[in-house]
Design a protein around this ligand. Structure first.
Ligand code: MMA
Ligand code: CA
Length: 233
């Protein structure tokens, strides 16, 4: 406070004195009282601003810390689950990053296509056990969503094998995909004259000059195709 009053004194002293107006000298003490008033106003404003700034900083810190805690928990959980299921991943650098993650991965020995990974099982099991086997690998039996996906799958199959898909009418008597994707008649690849038997409730891919779908008994041991979403890291 003393320095402030000193400063105002200095200011008054250095202010140019109008020549020949000695009668205006008593006006100085009047002015001397007003600057501290506006200074306290400024000081209050400054203090309030600082307080708001401090509160905002604290709020920002809380939000940032809770976000990082949540995010790191998520990453840890994902890592933990995946390490138990798939010990080896094969990853590719992605150009379009998904939520800041720049690697898309499939388990070793799985085939990447689009946003999915595919596994062609060399073991032959009935339909239910084939689906179980996929589920044990965090996947499900193949669900065909497009002609492109069907073509990719067909190009990777062995013509001497028959493969189960994730399509059956076991539950409600109409065709249903294992992951509840709606059955779309315009995205089906049935062989000619298939499906042909009311007692055949599960769908396979088999080769008859070309690849196509067939309704089959669910008890027949066959190969199968598993599908899972790519893992983004
Ligand atoms: C034939 C054909 C199919 C039927 C299977 C059963 C190989 O294909 O009749 O429609 O589902 O046999 O094995
Ligand atoms: Ca059939």
């Amino acid at each position: 406070m003393t320095t402030e009053s000193n400063y105002s004194e200095v200011r008054f002293k250095t202010e140019p004195q109008p020549s020949g107006t000695t009668s205006q000298v008593p006006a100085a003490p009047k002015d001397r009282t007003s600057p501290p008033k506006s200074n306290t106003g400024c000081l209050k404003l400054l203090l309030v601003s600082l307080l708001i700034l401090l509160l905002l900083k604290i709020l920002f810190l809380i939000v940032t810390i809770s976000f990082f805690q949540k995010y790191s928990n998520l990453v840890q959980e994902e890592k933990f689950t995946l390490e138990l299921t798939h010990t080896m991943l094969e990853c590719k650098k992605e150009n379009s990053t998904m939520e800041g993650k720049s690697w898309s991965c499939c388990p070793k020995n799985w085939n990447p296509f689009g946003s999915n990974c595919y596994f062609f099982s060399s073991e032959e099991k009935n339909w239910t056990d084939s689906e179980k086997h996929c589920a044990e690998m965090q996947a499900h039996l193949l669900v065909v969503d497009s002609k492109e996906e069907e073509d990719f799958i067909e190009n990777n199959l062995n013509e001497d094998h028959v493969y189960y898909l994730g399509l059956s009418d076991l539950k409600n008597g109409h065709w249903e995909w294992v992951n509840d994707t709606p059955y779309n008649q315009s995205v089906t690849f049935w062989h000619q004259n298939e499906p042909n038997n009311d007692y055949e409730h599960c769908v396979t891919l088999d080769f008859r000059c070309e690849w196509g779908w067939n309704d089959m008994s669910c008890n027949e041991p066959e190969h199968s195709i598993c599908e899972m979403l790519k893992i983004y890291l």
